[in-house]
Design a protein around this ligand. Structure first.
Ligand SMILES: *Cc1c(COP(=O)(O)O)cnc(C)c1O
Length: 397
């Protein structure tokens, strides 16, 4: 008897996905991921990127990237702990810590990598992690990798968190207990209740870990959700990405000198995967400089977010309870949501549908990500198209 072949596994599973319409076909952009994009020769207004500040195609970031590439080369040549640490990486980490108001910072090749490395560098199978049920996939995987007991907390339910924290700490079963949450939840745009989290963490001695991938460059003047609440010294791990608002690629932990010293010898992607490219590191430094020098860019992002939200609401759409520029337009039924998104695309708006199992059944939505790079005219055009498609499909009257 032999085991089944790879083909025996792939063929029926691919077929099933395609038949159920669940096989995701990927659209390739014919240029930068800006406020407008081109796909298959068609010009579209883009409401699906995480390029919040328009930095991914900013001339100044590109210039820094090219200059650092000329100076240091295209690749770092080794992992950080062998000899893949260049002065540009040190400079980036110093810049991040300064910007986040923490003692130190460590940069990773991606936000995903960062969660895979940072959680398991500190948490072990003797520990427990209380994790918000809507946390990002990379947090879920990072928790699993650590071997710690994972305890699911109801989304943003602080009474539940308190109860779980009490149980976990009083049981005496665990050496350490950590609480992990997204800073800004990407599906609904709601913001973690940092002041209450800090209070509960202090009461029960929890380690705190906030992954602010969607809050960095957006909240707190760019410094993130924790800074927004003025609690930078009260959260142990502040995670950010360099791939969303910062516009490039990478992730980081900002925290105490002691924590960063530890991660630099224990976070496995830092030890066993080649460093960020010098060009990327340099472009990120420029992004931090620009957020400080030109606060108008972040203001524009928020203005655009408010403009789009107000417009959609006035048209009669259900836009949920977002507290950030992320603007869900909740359609409900899964098929209708997908049809809505397809019709938007035909009319010239690229906004992806997000349905079960990514969000609960019956809450299918088109998620709109306005950026600082969108103009009023583009957003007016978006609203006109939403009105047309909404009426056509009977979502609004
Ligand atoms: C996007 C995201 C990540 C992954 O970041 P990348 O830099 O794209 O790998 C991690 N955590 C959260 C909460 C995210 O939203």
């Amino acid at each position: 008897m032999t085991s089944s072949t790879l083909h025996d596994f792939l063929e029926p599973n691919l077929k099933a996905l395609r038949e159920q319409g669940l096989y995701n076909e990927i659209d390739s952009l014919q240029g930068p991921n800006g406020a407008e994009i081109e796909i298959n020769g068609k010009q579209l207004i883009n409401l699906s990127s995480n390029n919040y500040l328009g930095f991914s195609n900013d001339a100044r970031l590109k210039k820094s990237c090219v200059e650092a590439t000329e100076e240091f080369g295209v690749g770092a040549g080794a992992v950080r702990t062998i000899n893949g640490t260049m002065t540009i990486h040190d400079e980036l980490e110093k810049r991040i810590a300064e910007f986040k108001h923490t003692e130190a910072a460590i940069a990773f090749q991606s936000g995903f990598n960062c969660n895979m490395g940072a959680i398991s560098a500190v948490m072990t199978k003797k520990d427990a992690i209380i994790s918000d049920e809507l946390n990002h996939a990379s947090i879920i995987d990072g928790c699993r990798l650590s071997g710690a007991k994972v305890i699911r907390a109801r989304h943003q339910d602080m009474d539940h968190l308190r109860e779980l924290a009490k149980q976990a700490t009083e049981s005496g079963e665990y050496e350490k207990v950590m609480y992990i949450s997204d800073g800004v939840f990407s599906m609904d745009g709601d913001v973690a209740k940092i002041p209450e989290i800090v209070e509960i963490a202090q009461e029960f001695g929890l380690i705190t870990y906030i992954d602010d991938a969607h809050g960095s460059g957006v909240m707190g003047g760019g410094a993130g959700t924790v800074k927004h609440f003025g609690l930078s010294d009260k959260i142990d791990f502040q995670i950010g990405t360099l791939s969303k608002a910062i516009g490039v690629v990478g992730g980081y932990v900002a925290g105490s000198r002691e924590l960063i010293d530890w991660l630099k010898v224990r976070a496995r992607p830092f030890l066993f995967s080649t460093s960020l490219t010098p060009g990327s590191a340099a472009a990120c430094i420029t992004a931090f400089d620009l957020m400080e020098k030109e606060p108008g860019t972040i203001n524009k992002l928020w203005e655009n977010g408010t403009y789009l939200k107000t417009g959609l609401k006035e048209l009669g759409f259900d836009i949920g309870h977002s507290e950030t520029p992320i603007t869900p337009c909740i359609i409900g039924d899964e098929n209708l949501t997908q049809k809505f998104s397809r019709r938007l695309l035909e009319e010239g708006v690229y906004a992806k549908s997000i349905v079960f199992p990514t969000v609960p059944k019956g809450t299918g939505r088109v998620r709109n990500m306005p950026t600082a790079a969108h103009t009023k005219e583009m957003l007016d055009q978006v609203l006109a198209i939403y009105e047309k498609v909404g009426k056509e499909l009977g979502v609004i009257s």
